[in-house]
Design a protein. Structure first.
Length: 209
């Protein structure tokens, strides 16, 4: 009797990748409390992307252009994060399809991992081309499951956008407040020194003869 999962290794790798992406999206979109765990996909993503973004902005000589580029980081990083989640889900279901034996009907080429990844991509982005069709029960189940998780992920993306943009505005407000506070602290010693100095006596100008 043939095994239901001919290649358990790729199937398990795809399942682990799927769980990591879904749990990270759940913590970023739905979970109301702050996550204190050290390793998070979103945290690693923002650390790497911010390091690259900051390094690219440092080579710009114009201060105004550099600050404008740094200000675009929040909204653009959110779009890239959603793309990373989408790519992770496509690859995870492609790996599970490959681990299930590439049970698909396709003409012209032999089924393989890239065919399974293509089927996962057309399913996730609802292209509906129909040139690759699953033929086993497990392959059909994976296609339906991927469609369901895509539909479930779509309503949460605007909420994630609002949360990230709100954090971005809060960060800009905090940076502005710290800048104003540091400026006031630099001016206070000069003001105190000027207030403590005794009044100067000016000599009365001599009257003209």
């Amino acid at each position: 009797m043939p095994s239901v999962i001919p290649m358990p290794g790729p199937f398990a790798a795809g399942l682990i990748l799927f769980l990591v992406v879904i749990w990270d999206a759940f913590e970023a979109i739905i979970l109301p409390r702050r996550v204190t765990r050290r390793f998070r996909l979103t945290r690693a993503f923002y650390r790497i992307l911010w390091t690259l973004w900051k390094g690219a902005a440092a080579v710009i000589p114009s201060r105004r252009t550099r600050e404008a580029l740094l200000g675009f980081f929040g909204p653009i990083s959110l779009l890239i994060l959603v793309g990373v989640w989408a790519i992770g889900l496509v690859l995870s279901f492609g790996l599970m399809q490959y681990g299930a034996g590439s049970a698909v009907n396709v003409t012209g080429i032999a089924p393989g991992f890239w065919t399974d990844a293509y089927l996962s991509g057309t399913t996730f982005f609802t292209l509906g081309i129909g040139d690759v069709v699953p033929r086993s029960g497990l392959a059909r189940f994976l296609v339906v499951a991927e469609s369901g998780f895509r539909i479930g992920l779509r309503p949460g993306v605007p909420g994630c956008c609002y949360r990230v943009l709100a954090f971005h505005l809060w960060f800009l407000f905090q940076a502005r407040s710290e800048h104003l506070a540091s400026g006031q602290q630099r001016r206070q010693p000069a003001i105190r020194g000027r207030a403590a100095s005794p009044p100067q006596r000016y000599a009365r100008p001599a009257s003209a003869p």
